[in-house]
Design a protein around this ligand. Structure first.
Ligand code: PLP
Length: 459
């Protein structure tokens, strides 16, 4: 029951949410959060929830990290704003750029700042086009992404995203963006096909697409090390080892979208290290500032930078930049975040804790509603299916994941369904005891879903 003039009622009256069913929001209201501490967030009535998703895969240091608050306040007082146009920048932005180059997964040359993952990937699309124009390769403009990849919601980054929701109602994708297969072995592996054969088929399919379009028209390939919003899809073993020689063969730039995987999530500083990826361009956001302030970055290697540089000398500026690129307060918080990751050895922390996380998650594999449990490091998903044997999914309108999330929320756990994969991506500071508590709550939520499914006659 929504009380008149409550925050929930005012939210319904005035606030349009993204990725939200407006009718359901009007009927049920939204969860209104007021504070957070560690891995917990609290709603307006004081109820505590485990944030099993670190918000949107981003609040890696959890909530209430005072050092980040102090870093922001200090910088606010010193220099709250500056930009990065026409040979100007703030000191802390330079420090952050240097730091990122120092920890990049492969040798990188320069960092370009933006405010969100979408903006970073949008920037990359323009950089790739600019790069090939500068080289006089005016036909080499197509960028290949993957079905179920998620790269953002701006017009260009939504085009890269390979999910129907992001295209259908917006006349997307734009021209020059193509999609190749989603490398999800459980879903798309064929009868009798081994994981290695599946990875080979994915690589063959990419090469076929490149040849069909003409290699001289393909500029770049973009991939998340682990697909996040597409359902936490871990690539089959050997996948990137097979993909990368193809990209090199046809002189295609490789872009790693590390927006979720960057900064420890998969058990290495970058997902590129976990999957032996050697990208030319890397995008990061989210955990770069532990989500305390909006900041993202594009790292480019010398191959890309040298072309941008020479062209700039010849014809003028790279005509792209945001008012908030390299914002000093965001940069100060990001720098402090990276310092904390280093001091607390966040990669070792993830490696220490990940076996507990993976073990607790995989306990659900035998549940009658669970088709697949997958994950790496501190990210994973539990896929719900209607039929365990045939792997048949529930119909989308049956809303199995939304229902499960709802039960979990009542039990004090926030998790979200990516299609029918219930995703887990907790703050990296989570303890073993907290992991066990998170999955205890999920277990009750899943049992409630199982009872509901049978009550509704859905199985
Ligand atoms: N890339 C990946 C892999 C993401 O997961 C996201 C967001 O979830 C984005 C890009 C877009 O980032 P943002 O929402 O900050 O625009």
């Amino acid at each position: 029951q929504i009380k008149p003039n409550s925050l929930a009622a005012r939210d319904i009256a005035y606030h349009l949410h993204g990725y939200t069913n407006a009718v359901r929001q009007e009927q049920e209201g939204s969860l209104i959060l007021t504070e957070g501490k560690g891995i917990y967030v609290h709603d307006e009535n004081g109820k505590a929830y485990i944030e099993g998703m670190a918000g949107l895969w981003c609040a890696s240091l959890g909530f209430g990290e005072e050092r980040l608050v102090d870093a922001a306040i200090r910088q606010m007082r010193k220099l709250p704003y500056y930009h990065t146009f026409s040979q100007k920048t703030s000191s802390v932005t330079v420090e952050l750029a240097e730091k990122l180059i120092g920890i990049a997964p492969v040798p990188m040359s320069k960092v370009y700042f933006a405010s969100s993952g979408s903006e970073a990937n949008d920037t990359v699309v323009k950089m790739v086009w600019y790069y090939n124009n500068a080289l006089g390769r005016t036909k080499k403009k197509k960028i290949i992404s993957r079905q179920k990849g998620y790269h953002g919601v701006t017009v260009a980054s939504a085009s890269l995203t390979g999910l129907p929701n992001n295209h259908r109602d917006f006349d997307l994708p734009i021209a020059n963006i193509l999609h190749t297969d989603c490398p999800h072995y459980y879903r798309y592996g064929q009868e009798g096909e081994s994981e290695a054969q599946f990875a080979q088929r994915m690589a063959d399919s990419l090469e076929k697409l490149i040849l069909a379009e003409g290699p001289d028209t393909i500029a770049a390939f973009i991939a998340e090390p682990v697909m996040g919003a597409g359902g936490v899809i871990v690539p089959p073993a050997g996948y990137f080892d097979l993909i990368q020689p193809i990209l090199r063969k046809y002189d295609i730039l490789f872009i790693a979208d590390e927006v979720i995987c960057g900064f420890g999530r998969t058990g290495n500083m970058f997902g590129s290290q976990t999957f032996k990826m050697k990208p030319d361009i890397v995008t990061v956001a989210k955990a770069l500032s532990s989500a305390y302030l909006p900041i993202s970055a594009v790292m480019i290697n010398e191959k890309v930078y040298s072309v941008l540089r020479d062209n700039s000398g010849k014809i003028g500026v790279f005509g792209h930049g945001y008012t908030y690129s390299g914002n000093p307060v965001c940069a100060a918080v990001a720098l402090e975040t990276l310092k904390i990751y280093e001091e607390r050895n966040i990669v070792d922390q993830v490696r220490r804790i990940a076996p507990t996380f993976q073990r607790e998650m995989r306990r659900f594999a035998d549940h009658p509603l669970v088709g697949e449990v997958r994950g790496v490091g501190l990210i994973g998903a539990i896929e719900l299916v209607k039929n365990k044997q045939t792997r048949e999914s529930f119909a989308p309108q049956q809303g199995i994941a939304a229902q499960t999330s709802k039960f979990c929320q009542e039990l004090g756990l926030i998790t979200r369904g990516m299609a029918d994969g219930m995703a887990f991506c907790p703050p990296l500071i989570i303890t073993e005891a907290e992991i066990e508590e998170m999955f205890r709550r999920f277990s009750k939520g899943l049992d409630a879903t199982w009872a509901w499914v049978r009550e509704q006659g859905l199985v």
